[in-house]
Design a protein around this ligand. Structure first.
Ligand SMILES: *Cc1c(COP(=O)(O)O)cnc(C)c1O
Length: 383
């Protein structure tokens, strides 16, 4: 049986992780070493010479992530943003242009707006759920069409297959930040994307105990560029972080099923609350991206946003009153989190085209007992 024909969880548990050849250890060890014995000058023993370039624990994670995304090459970084930065430098040059989502992750926006722009890269925010709007934003200099789907925090849906076609027609790459969906719910490379980006800090790690990022690609020459830049820039995942992420990834499928079950129940409950003006969840048939999401995702995920009819102070109050839903940034862990994007994760987008509504609340629905989560929200809503 080849790895390609194995099911998702089998790959999560085994891909890149054969028993350790030296000791038979079933779990990939944390190779806490910077350097490796050489058998003679220039003769590496196991293909490793220095851990910035390659490390066996990181390698195991990279192979596992590639298998989960059905790509041929994976790269693990110190954070999602380190992965993004490495990608930009590997594929872009001064004068190039990038199309980004008009509700991109705040840190991604900041990377383009405050860092990459200084190095001669310019960007246009576009409504990526609207293929025509993306097409209108593309210029002859566009090198990347950058997409998140679902988007953060507004849960917009981009049609990956349609945008891959559009990007390729324009001579650009389609990059998909797959952090919100995770490879269990959506596999962008299979739909035609060129690069998948992850903040493995979120669902892949899944336990809010490690920060990391990843890139997965299929194309060999693009992989060579990424390997070169990863080694030259050095923003790699350390072995302990890689090990924690790999440990988390093994249970991704069962966690995601439960995240989805709980999110669906909470969406149903929110639907009966008068305090709310909008529920943003792609699983709702009334969601504008529902049809595309149903076509390209296995289920609709664990992220739910909603808007409070009474405005910003009411949204802040719900966040402050929740207890079991921990008030905090980040997402994708086993524990439920609540946050106010306008003043927290997306504060850096204030005053920009990416500013988010003040009445918005974002939930990362965890895998606790859903009755307890609903009771906590009921309390936070004031009864
Ligand atoms: C968190 C996040 C990132 C950035 O990842 P870090 O690991 O925090 O650097 C990028 N994209 C999305 C969608 C995220 O949620």
């Amino acid at each position: 049986m080849t790895a390609d024909s194995q099911g998702f969880s089998t790959r999560a548990i085994h891909a890149g992780q054969p028993a350790d050849p030296t000791t038979g250890a079933v779990v990939t060890p944390i190779y806490a070493t910077s350097t490796y014995l050489q058998d003679g000058v220039g003769r590496m023993r196991g293909g490793y010479e220095y851990s910035r370039t390659k490390n066996p624990t990181r390698r195991a994670l990279e192979e596992c992530l590639a298998a989960l995304e059905e790509g041929r090459h994976g790269f693990a970084f110190a954070s999602g943003l380190a992965a993004e930065d490495t990608l930009l430098r590997a594929v872009c040059a001064p004068g190039d242009h990038v199309v980004i989502p008009d509700d991109a992750y705040g840190g991604t926006f900041r990377l383009f707006d405050k860092v990459a722009s200084r190095w001669g890269l310019d960007y246009t925010p576009a409504k990526i759920s609207d293929v025509a709007a993306v097409r209108a934003a593309v210029t002859p200099r566009t090198r990347i069409v950058w997409v998140e789907t679902p988007t953060n925090p507004l849960l917009g849906i981009a049609d990956i297959a349609a945008l891959a076609q559009l990007a390729h027609d324009a001579g650009a790459l389609l990059v998909v930040d797959n952090t919100f969906a995770s490879p269990y719910l959506q596999q962008p490379l299979v739909l035609g994307a060129d690069v998948v980006v992850h903040s493995t800090t979120k669902y892949l790690g899944g336990h809010s105990d490690v920060v990391g990022g990843a890139l997965v690609v299929d194309d060999d020459s693009l992989a060579d560029e990424l390997a070169f830049h990863s080694n030259s820039m050095g923003a790699i995942s350390g072995p302990f972080d890689a090990w924690l992420t790999l440990r988390g990834a093994k249970t991704l499928a069962v966690r995601m099923e439960r995240h989805c079950d709980n999110a669906e129940r909470i969406v149903e409950w929110l639907g009966g609350r008068d305090e709310i003006s909008h529920i943003l969840y792609p699983g709702l048939e009334t969601h504008s991206g529902h049809e595309v999401a149903a076509k390209q995702m296995r289920r609709f995920g664990g992220m739910v946003s909603f808007r409070m009819r009474a405005g910003e102070e009411a949204a802040v109050a719900v966040c402050d009153r929740a207890e079991l839903f921990t008030l905090g940034e980040s997402l994708g862990g086993v524990e439920s989190l609540i946050e106010h994007p306008g003043r927290m994760t997306h504060a850096s987008a204030a005053g920009s085209p990416l500013e988010v509504p003040g009445d918005l609340v974002r939930l990362s629905v965890g895998i606790e007992d859903v009755e307890d989560l609903i009771a906590d929200l009921a309390r936070a809503f004031g009864g």
